[in-house]
Design a binder for this molecule. Structure first.
Ligand SMILES: NC(=O)c1ccc[n+]([C@@H]2O[C@H](COP(=O)([O-])OP(=O)(O)OC[C@H]3O[C@@H](n4cnc5c(N)ncnc54)[C@H](OP(=O)(O)O)[C@@H]3O)[C@@H](O)[C@H]2O)c1
Length: 256
């Protein structure tokens, strides 16, 4: 079947597309560079013609509160009606665990995105993932004062992008849930300890300090604010295995 991946050139999109192609599907990896822009609406009608499944893996170029909210709202307002017109049968979107019980600007934007999907007439599945391991470097950088990284000692359960892509592909090929599926990494440990392990493994001398008052992207967090509370599918790749495969800081990313 024809599957369109919006944001198909990004971190998760570029890993999801080959999995689906290998299973014999026609996959279009769409992005502004390929003439498909969910903010302007450019190219949507053309790319969605004949598509049965759409996977939305687009991300905002700016994480400023107002900009990110505008990105996800505008994007869905163009994409969802275009999918209705094209007769798309399953809309899959990648969201984040705990966005509706942990407050920060980016999470509020993802809640707005989910609400638009739920209110649409298209059968859907929302995959909520914990933070990507590829994001650990960006977290350290954004939580740094001088040479010290300060993080709350709350539970953290990062997942490798390869595991996210495998789960997104599996969900896209299954029947729509009209609900949420949660995915997380196989290990749960205090946030500051995981980031300290990451920095040590890449030879970064920065010290990590656990401070219960330190928030996450400006929002207050408690012990279980960032991890799944109920049943979640677990990835296969543990942090040590991921670190062995990613020994250099080249995989640092600044995303949520
Ligand atoms: N980072 C995390 O820890 C985390 C955790 C859970 C869920 N998520 C979610 O996972 C999703 C994918 O994240 P990612 O890290 O794979 O993103 P990414 O690497 O930043 O890729 C974003 C993709 O979106 C495309 N894009 C940007 N603006 C667009 C537009 N106007 N129209 C169409 N496509 C556009 C980009 O194309 P260009 O490259 O051409 O600009 C790129 O292909 C996001 O929705 C994010 O909220 C992230």
């Amino acid at each position: 079947m024809k599957i369109v991946i919006i944001g198909g050139t990004g971190l998760i999109g570029s890993k999801t597309a080959p999995i689906l192609r290998q299973r014999g599907h026609e996959v279009v990896a769409a992005s502004p560079d390929t003439g498909v822009n969910t903010i302007t609406g450019e190219g949507l009608k053309e790319v969605l013609a004949g598509a049965q499944v759409v996977i939305d893996l687009a991300n905002s170029p700016s994480f400023e509160d107002k900009a990110v909210l505008e990105f996800f709202e505008t994007s869905e307002r163009h994409l969802l009606p275009a999918e209705v017109s094209a007769g798309v049968q399953h809309h899959v979107a990648l969201s984040i665990v705990a966005i509706d019980r942990t407050d920060n600007g980016y999470f509020r934007a993802k809640v707005a995105q989910e609400k638009l999907i739920e209110a649409s007439r298209i059968p859907y599945t929302i995959v909520r993932a914990t933070q990507f391991m590829e994001f650990l470097g960006g977290i350290a950088d954004s939580s740094m004062t001088g040479n010290t990284v300060t993080l709350p000692p709350v539970l953290f359960q990062p997942i490798a992008a390869d595991d996210v892509a495998a789960n997104v592909a599996e969900v896209a090929l299954a029947a729509p849930r009209n609900g949420i599926v949660e995915i997380a990494g196989p290990e749960r440990a205090p946030f500051n300890e995981i980031v300290a392990r990451y920095l040590k493994a890449i030879g970064d001398p920065r010290q990590v300090v656990g401070d219960p008052e330190a928030g996450y992207w400006g929002g207050r967090v408690e012990e279980r604010s960032l991890v799944p509370l109920g049943e979640a599918r677990l990835g296969r790749i543990g942090l040590d295995e991921w670190l062995r495969a990613h020994p250099a800081p080249a995989n640092r990313r600044s995303a949520q």
